[in-house]
Design a protein. Structure first.
Length: 373
């Protein structure tokens, strides 16, 4: 059998959607590791050989997978020259990701988007037209990560999830397979979803099938949470996370993001946004304002405070006049209070005060500023 090279998966989908392909995924049918090595490619990976060409593109042999254990690592992989293109594509997650184009037809396909160039064995072209995310085969149920991937594609494209696929996602959740996902993998999928155009579409199906109760039990995802996330969709991803988690307590935010092994800057902004919201839902007494801003680290580095103010601008709460008025007040105070520093003290204070006494004097100056009409 003559080795044949295809470009498969997301690149084909992206071209059909009118987008520039993010990566090209090369698959060889009828080839062996020795054949790819003979083309000057270097092999990487131990369990399953992937080859890199001279410019760094990845090439893989067509392969099949068989579930032999729990979780997303419990697979046995077969790759040899007998594996067909259909064998390879049927193991993929969604029909829109299971299409292929011969490499020598690729340039023409990119230019014309001619569906005649596409090997579409599972209805991916029709599902793109229908804007539907549909699993390729029952093999979908073998990999719990696919529950998160489908939700992430919903967040990217705002496509509907086919009812039969949603049923499989629900069954996977109820089977306990999601319990075997490592936190880093959950976070990776969630963080990618947060950078997509419709981040709320990631969480809605996961809430519907009970997956959020497994992965993020602290989060009660409902109408207001969804509205907050939608309104925050123009913010950077860590601002979106802060909006998502704003109704949780600071302790629950820490617990959740620590468990998911989220970056410290994401956790810090989310916690500080929660503290700011608590302040904005209270009477703005001088003591409360200064204490909250101290806890938020405003007087050491005000970037998170400014980020939290930006998140609060987007929240559903912001339609309430009292909240909006207090938000404006605090924003003005932040700009005033952050200028208070050692040079703001009197000469006598600068010469005589030591250590904690300096901090106390600066605090008193800030309290006076808040008290001033």
């Amino acid at each position: 059998m003559t080795p044949t090279q295809y470009i498969v998966g997301g690149a084909v989908r992206d071209v059909l959607l009118g987008n520039d392909p993010r990566d090209l995924d090369y698959v060889w049918v009828g080839a062996t590791p020795e054949f790819l090595s003979s083309l000057g490619m270097s092999q990487v990976g131990a369990d399953f050989p992937v080859f890199l060409d001279a410019v760094g593109n990845e090439h893989a042999l067509a392969r099949t997978e068989r579930k032999v254990g729990e979780g997303y690592k419990g697979f046995e992989v077969q790759f040899d020259s007998s594996v067909t293109l259909k064998d390879d594509l049927i193991r993929r997650d969604l029909t829109i990701n299971a299409m292929a184009v011969l490499s020598h037809d690729w340039d023409r396909f990119v230019e014309t988007k001619d569906p005649e160039c596409v090997f579409d064995l599972f209805g991916g072209l029709a599902d793109l037209e229908l804007k539907t995310l549909r699993h390729v085969s029952d093999a979908f149920s073998e990999d719990p990560v696919r529950v998160l991937r489908v939700a992430r594609f919903a967040a990217r494209y705002n496509f509907n999830i086919a009812p039969e696929t949603l049923n499989l996602m629900c069954a996977l959740t109820q089977s306990g397979e999601l319990d075997h996902l490592v936190p880093e993998r959950v976070w990776a999928e969630m963080e990618k979803a947060m950078r997509e155009p419709f981040p709320g579409d990631f969480f809605v199906p996961l809430a519907d099938i009970g997956a959020l109760k497994v992965l993020m039990p602290e989060l009660d995802y409902g109408v207001i949470t969804d509205a907050n996330l939608t309104r925050a969709s123009q913010l950077p991803s860590k601002g979106r996370f802060a909006a998502l988690l704003v109704d949780l307590t600071a302790d629950n935010i820490k617990s959740l993001l620590d468990r998911l092994k989220a970056p410290s800057d994401v956790r810090q902004l989310a916690v500080r946004t929660r503290r700011l919201v608590t302040l904005l839902c209270s009477d703005l007494t001088p003591e409360r304002v200064v204490s909250t801003l101290e806890k938020m680290g405003t007087f050491q580095d005000d970037r998170d405070t400014l980020g939290a103010l930006q998140v609060c601008d987007t929240l559903v709460l912001n339609h309430l006049s009292g909240f909006t008025d207090r938000l404006c007040q605090v924003r003005t105070l932040v700009w005033s209070l952050r200028d208070v520093c050692f040079a703001s003290l009197t000469e006598n204070q600068q010469e005589t005060l030591k250590g904690p006494e300096i901090g106390a004097a600066l605090r008193e100056l800030r309290l006076q500023l808040v008290r001033t009409p």
